[in-house]
Design a binder for this molecule. Structure first.
Ligand SMILES: NC(=O)C1=CN([C@@H]2O[C@H](COP(=O)(O)OP(=O)(O)OC[C@H]3O[C@@H](n4cnc5c(N)ncnc54)[C@H](O)[C@@H]3O)[C@@H](O)[C@H]2O)[C@@H](O)CC1
Ligand SMILES: Nc1ncnc2c1ncn2[C@@H]1O[C@H](COP(=O)(O)OP(=O)(O)O)[C@@H](O)[C@H]1O
Ligand SMILES: [K+]
Length: 703
């Protein structure tokens, strides 16, 4: 996931490696043509493609695509509208314009200012700034079926038109019309109004419009001329296939003026761009396909990403726009999944303790616990205020419950902090805490949270923790016996703060454990101050799972700012807390304390329902309990959760309940292990991957 600045840097790295613009453009345009054919083809003179091209490299991509479609289906199957004066084209776009002429592809362009003394009219327009070689545009681009003969001796700025040039498809009569290169153009090199009229007429008859007007080079909202052309396209209601980005969409923020097309498909090159997943990007881009154009590996942006790897050497590096992120995919997540040994026992898979479930919100803790169980935790306990213990216990017989000290009103009592730690110590095995689902924000809950985070006093090593090692095979995950508590490096107490042994000993206070903070756990942490989380003793593993509102409270931002700057917000949460931060919502972001950033593009709006977050917190806990490091646990949990949400929805837009998602967790895990739908292979075009594959129940848009 790249910013515009990162794309430029990637292009430079590619060029340094010998992959120059023309090579990349050819790969981009040809692959996009293949993809277009797959999603919207076949094309013919009766089912033509109209390409709206701009004067930059995005337009160049469109011209490459047009050339290939013409080669496969005959020149009458495609028509190019260049919203620029050909004489002003530079670099690769100029080359592509020249190649279009050679291929006999019908095309229209804007006419330049007439040369002094030249007769007015579309064929007489001389392109300024092109010197002696400037040629009437019309001569280069014959319009199929037009009566006028080709202008003789034309030699354009972009190269001579030669009738004998390679025109593989020109001798193939296009369906429903005369041979493509038989006649001369009747309307190329046009003033603006006739150009737009022709565009309107062509679009009305088109099978699909290819939007190649503006790509990552866009600056601000489309200017008036571009806006008029986009308006024409939008008004026609014909499906739009956008190249790189829907034209005018802000590459970094996803801001979009009203004229920015609502594409049915977008083929984005090298890697996805932030603008496709932020702001209005998702609704403008439609189905997004990531097209590998051959950037060298050093750029770190292979198709589909590999997930689970650091983004070392990736373009962007935080310069301008947002930092780069890796897109989670099934293959990358599969590599991170814990591998259960054949002789595994429940201790191997850890013990998730969910602390929450105040009266009226017991369900939140139940959902987190059930999700933890379904995601593979060896043991799950719901630690709840005593008055609700029975209510918590009735749901799943596999789940234990601990009744903890409560106030008269059934809220958490401050004494519960120590009581919980005591109950944990009575059991062997690796304990992970999921703190927050239904916790409430009572003073007692706040006191417990501070104690569990070790922020009320120095924390100490839990002597019972070491014993749990005996339960595990020698190569068991989580090589850190006490998970970051002081003295875990083999010298018990060696790094313990002064007085820690007394202050935080097993006998008289809570110890710290790998922790997931969610919901009110986060709201209370915000009151403590997010920066204080860095002070937690021993930097024990910590994963925060805020939704945008909770993230705003933690950062002291508005929710709107969090949403507008999601990548920055995620990185900031992780940096300030010194923890792994999962910023939930469409396009969940996972940030590591070292600046790592990942995005999960899976899941769907049907998952916007109560309890989904509780389920996610429980799943993160389950993977911590199974020995994954916190970043890996968060990555796996987010992906599995999203995939289970997809499996639970019969179709796009159908609401899913948390219990339905939780029920599908084992299947989601199995899919990931076996390679889930949405891999590049599933689309059937090597080097092309869905950014977010269609839901299976939705009827795949590809044939
Ligand atoms: N450079 C490379 O290595 C590659 C670039 N590729 C393509 O090149 C595109 C980027 O090309 P460019 O940098 O030439 O930029 P674009 O083609 O995206 O846009 C630049 C053009 O848009 C005009 N423009 C900018 N802002 C505008 C606005 N608000 N209203 C109207 N017109 C506006 C500029 O005057 C210029 O003509 C990518 O999106 C991608 O499609 C691909 O060919 C792959 C390789
Ligand atoms: N539009 C969406 N697309 C993908 N995932 C979504 C979408 N809406 C919600 N989700 C996911 O559902 C979960 C909702 O969590 P949260 O807002 O905390 O819900 P709750 O507090 O009700 O449990 C998150 O994991 C979020 O990423
Ligand atoms: K575009």
């Amino acid at each position: 996931m790249l910013s515009a600045a990162a794309v430029r840097r990637g292009d430079r790295l590619a060029a340094d490696a010998g992959l120059g613009g023309p090579v990349l453009m050819e790969t981009a345009g040809r692959t996009a043509a293949t993809l277009l054919w797959k999603v919207a083809g076949p094309f013919s003179a009766r089912q033509p493609v109209v390409v709206l091209a701009g004067g930059g490299n995005n337009g160049g991509d469109g011209m490459v695509l047009a050339r290939w479609v013409a080669r496969w289906a005959g020149p009458a199957a495609v028509k190019v509208f260049l919203l620029a004066e050909p004489g002003r084209l530079r670099g690769e776009a100029a080359v592509q314009w020249s190649l279009l002429a050679r291929a006999g592809v019908p095309a229209f362009a804007l006419a330049g200012e007439p040369a002094p003394g030249a007769q007015q009219g579309p064929h007489q327009h001389q392109n300024p700034g092109t010197g002696a070689g400037a040629a009437p545009v019309a001569a280069e681009f014959p319009e199929p079926g037009a009566a006028r003969p080709p202008a003789a001796g034309s030699a354009g700025a972009a190269g001579p038109h030669t009738e004998t040039g390679p025109q593989p498809a020109a001798d193939r009569p296009a369906a429903g019309g005369p041979p493509a290169a038989a006649g001369a153009g009747s309307g190329v090199g046009l003033a603006v109004d006739p150009f737009l009229d022709h565009l309107e007429a062509a679009v009305a008859r088109a099978r699909v419009v290819v939007d190649a007007l503006l790509g990552v080079g866009v600056r601000g909202a489309p200017r008036p001329l571009a806006a008029r052309a986009l308006q024409v396209v939008g008004a026609a209601g014909v499906p739009v296939f956008a190249l790189d980005l829907p034209s005018g969409l802000d590459t970094d923020t996803g801001e979009a003026a009203p004229v920015v097309p609502r594409a049915t498909w977008t083929a984005t090159f090298a890697a996805a761009k932030w603008g496709l997943v932020l702001g209005q990007g998702p609704e403008r881009a439609g189905q997004v396909f990531v097209v590998d154009i051959g950037w060298p590996q050093e750029t770190g942006t292979g198709v589909g990403g590999t997930g689970g790897e650091a983004e070392a050497g990736a373009p962007g590096g935080g310069t301008g726009g947002f930092p780069s992120a890796r897109v989670l995919d099934a293959a990358g997540v599969a590599a991170l999944l814990p591998r259960r040994p054949w002789d595994a026992h429940k201790g191997w898979a850890g013990h998730v303790v969910v602390a929450g479930g105040r009266p009226g919100q017991v369900g939140a803790a139940v959902l987190a616990g059930t999700a933890a169980l379904q995601a593979g935790a060896g043991t799950v306990t719901l630690a709840v205020p005593a008055p609700v213990r029975t209510e918590a216990a009735v749901h799943r017989p596999e789940i234990m419950t601990w009744a903890l000290p409560a106030t008269a009103g059934g809220e958490w009592d401050a004494a519960a902090a120590t009581a919980l730690a005591q109950r944990e110590r009575e059991r062997r095995g690796r304990v992970v805490r999921v703190i927050g689902p239904g916790l409430g924000q009572s003073p007692g809950a706040a006191a417990c949270l501070a104690a569990w985070l070790g922020l009320d006093r120095p924390a100490a090593r839990d002597p019972a923790e070491g014993a749990s090692d005996d339960d595990r095979p020698a190569d068991a995950p989580h090589g850190r016996p006490a998970d970051g508590a002081p003295g875990t490096d083999g010298e018990p107490g060696a790094r313990a703060p002064e007085g820690a042994a007394a202050a935080g000993s097993a006998a008289d206070g809570p110890v710290c454990r790998p922790t997931v903070l969610d919901a009110d756990g986060l709201n209370l942490a915000a009151l403590l101050g997010i920066d204080r989380l860095r002070e937690r003793p021993g930097s024990f593993p910590l994963v925060l799972t805020p939704h945008p509102g909770e993230a705003a409270r933690l950062l002291g931002w508005t929710t709107a700012r969090v949403q507008a700057e999601r990548p920055r917000a995620a990185v900031e949460l992780a940096r300030r807390a010194g923890a792994v931060a999962v910023l939930k919502g469409a396009g969940t972001l996972i940030a590591g304390p070292g600046g790592e950033l990942y995005i999960c593009t899976r899941g769907h709006p049907g998952m916007a329902s109560a309890g989904m977050g509780d389920a996610l917190a429980g799943i993160v806990g389950a993977f911590l309990a199974q020995g994954l490091e916190p970043l890996a646990a968060a990555l796996v949990a987010v992906f599995v959760h999203a995939l289970a949400g997809e499996l639970a929805a019969p179709a796009e837009g159908i609401p899913v309940q948390a219990t339905q998602l939780i029920a599908r967790l084992p299947e989601a895990l199995d899919r990931i292990r076996r390679g889930s739908p949405g891999s590049a292979a599933a689309l059937g075009i090597p080097g092309v991957a869905w950014l977010r594959p269609p839901l299976e129940g939705d009827g795949a848009p590809v044939s």
